[in-house]
Design a protein around this ligand. Structure first.
Ligand code: 4AD
Ligand code: MG
Length: 505
């Protein structure tokens, strides 16, 4: 049995293959099947003249998602998706599929989410999951080649680590327990045992709101490094992001093309240094007080708004011209062609209008940003708009960061944390920093955050016995997949997403 991805090795040969029919189109004496087998997609042609009436009749009855075994000859055709097609000589039905609910036409998002178990079979979802797979592989490769040891942290935990408002309560043999929000605290213990480690597991946050970047269950990669300060941490983050994006770009060309992803940004990432801004500098940029490449954020956003308005006008003009031509009377083929273009333009206008509506809100919230606050989605959008590559923001007000962050000796109001903001409005994909080593400051913070001291005794031991400077970070897998794939919403980046209002299927 030959997989579709290997058709290239069988040009001109007779082979057998099996898969599912995602689409069928008929024309005189021909049936065009699009077969998918998980490894790829291929057009398979059933010609009445070649196969005879019995087999042809079977092919003409194939419904979407019926499974089949096909025999045929592999023929090169560069216009086809995989570059090869199959000229079928025999066909065997494996499983029927009656009234498959997910058609190739547009469905609402709730319908698709309710049918996630089937929706996963569609091309776009296939491409996203393949990219997720490659990204996981690249992440492991990076840390393994850099000498990190993969270690696992527990999921049942007795306390919060990233704020008590997003805890999922559980029950551990009649003791209250919580699902882990992070593996970091355990990662720190493992780094003191193994030097450089990373955890890679599911993490849980109760986020009672639906946003395009929050899941309740997401996967996080958390490296932790003994004898590292935050500058060294930022060096690792930068080379890590360069490596994983480069790897996916290199190895997922077909998938990125299917998603129509503009990959310019990833080419820039390979060569350009990531800007490192202090929180103070980032705030000045948000508020339009500090220029980047000679312009303030407000000026850039106002120019964007102007461009969008011009683009909307241009689209409207083109639509009315095309509508006039149609009204004047044209042949069916030409009319369809024009109507398609009109639909595309209208779609674009809708997207542009949403953006145009958002920009004034961004400008407004940026101008009114208060020093000392954490960045919201729109603040991140404003900063990332000013750069082409990911931006690292470090030295944050300690009040808005987790209890374990190291205080800056030169300015005790600041903590040595770092967030990485992905470009094109994707925002935070990494949070990390250097860890507090001063036992007394840690005790203070644990009390200030009202955390149960007795649960942290083991953590404090790490400071009592051979404490060393150490740092690390957490990369959100799904946010990174969303950014690389260019998906609007994080819910498509994990096979079975869990978020506020979605527990099934
Ligand atoms: O910034 P966060 O909360 O940092 C930590 O958990 C640290 N303990 C990491 C460390 O230093 N070891 O989360 C890290 C990353 C975020 O930047 C984001 O990419 C992702 O995890 N993340 C989420 N992704 C999806 N849905 C959510 N609700 C997320 N919350 C955080
Ligand atoms: Mg964060």
């Amino acid at each position: 049995m030959i997989q579709i991805k290997d058709f290239k090795d069988y040009e001109g040969q007779n082979i057998q293959t099996q898969g599912w029919v995602t689409n069928r189109r008929s024309s005189k004496g021909l049936e065009f099947l699009i077969l998918r087998d998980g490894s790829g997609f291929a057009q398979c042609i059933v010609n009445l003249e070649d196969v005879g009436e019995e087999i042809f009749a079977k092919a003409s009855k194939l419904t979407q998602e019926s499974s089949v075994k096909l025999t045929g000859k592999v023929v090169k055709d560069e216009r086809q998706i995989g570059g090869y097609e199959l000229h079928v000589s025999d066909l065997e039905l494996i499983g029927t599929s009656v009234d498959y609910p997910v058609s190739n036409k547009e469905h609402g998002i709730e319908f698709l989410m309710d049918h996630r178990h089937l929706w996963l079979r569609s091309r776009r979802q296939w491409a996203i999951l393949k990219i997720r797979n490659r990204l996981i592989f690249a992440i492991n490769n990076f840390f393994q080649k850099e000498g990190f040891v993969q270690t696992d942290s527990p999921i049942f935990t007795p306390n919060a680590a990233e704020g008590s408002t997003t805890l999922f309560a559980s029950n551990f043999y009649d003791e209250p327990a919580y699902l882990a929000q992070t593996g970091q605290l355990y990662g720190e213990a493992m780094a003191m045992a193994m030097g450089k480690i990373y955890t890679f597991g599911p993490t849980f946050r109760a986020e009672k709101s639906k946003t395009r970047r929050h899941l309740s269950e997401f996967w996080m990669i958390e490296p932790e490094m003994a004898f590292h300060d935050n500058d060294m941490n930022m060096d690792v983050i930068e080379s890590f992001i360069k490596y994983i994006t480069g790897d996916v770009l290199e190895n997922c060309k077909t998938e990125l093309e299917m998603l129509e992803r503009d990959t310019t940004v990833f080419k820039k990432i390979a060569t350009e240094k990531f800007p490192r801004l202090t929180y103070d500098e980032a705030v000045d940029i948000i508020k339009g007080k500090k220029k980047v490449n000679g312009k303030t954020s407000i000026e850039v956003l106002e120019a964007d708004l102007n461009d969008i308005k011009l683009q909307i006008e241009a689209n409207k003009k083109e639509i009315s011209e095309k509508e006039k031509i149609i009204a004047g009377g044209v042949k069916k083929g030409k009319r369809n062609f024009l109507q398609n273009r009109i639909d595309t333009l209208k779609n674009e206008i809708r997207k542009l209008e949403i953006k145009a509506g958002n920009i004034p809100k961004w400008i407004d919230s940026a101008a009114n940003f208060e020093y000392g606050n954490d960045f919201g989605g729109s603040d991140e959008t404003v900063i990332t708009r000013m750069f082409d590559v990911p931006v690292m923001v470090y030295n944050w007000p300690h009040q808005i960061k987790a209890f374990y962050m190291k205080r800056d000796a030169e300015n005790p109001e600041l903590a040595k944390g770092v967030d990485v903001l992905a470009p094109e409005g994707y925002g935070e994909i990494v949070g990390g920093g250097e860890r507090e080593t001063d036992l007394n400051l840690l005790l203070e913070k644990i009390e200030e955050h009202k955390l149960p001291m007795k649960e942290f005794e083991w953590y404090l031991d790490l400071r009592r016995y051979g404490s060393v400077p150490h740092a690390g970070f957490g990369l959100g897998l799904e946010r990174t997949v969303a950014w690389i794939c260019g998906t609007q919403h994080i819910r498509e980046t994990i096979p079975f997403p869990r978020y506020y209002g979605r527990l099934r299927p």
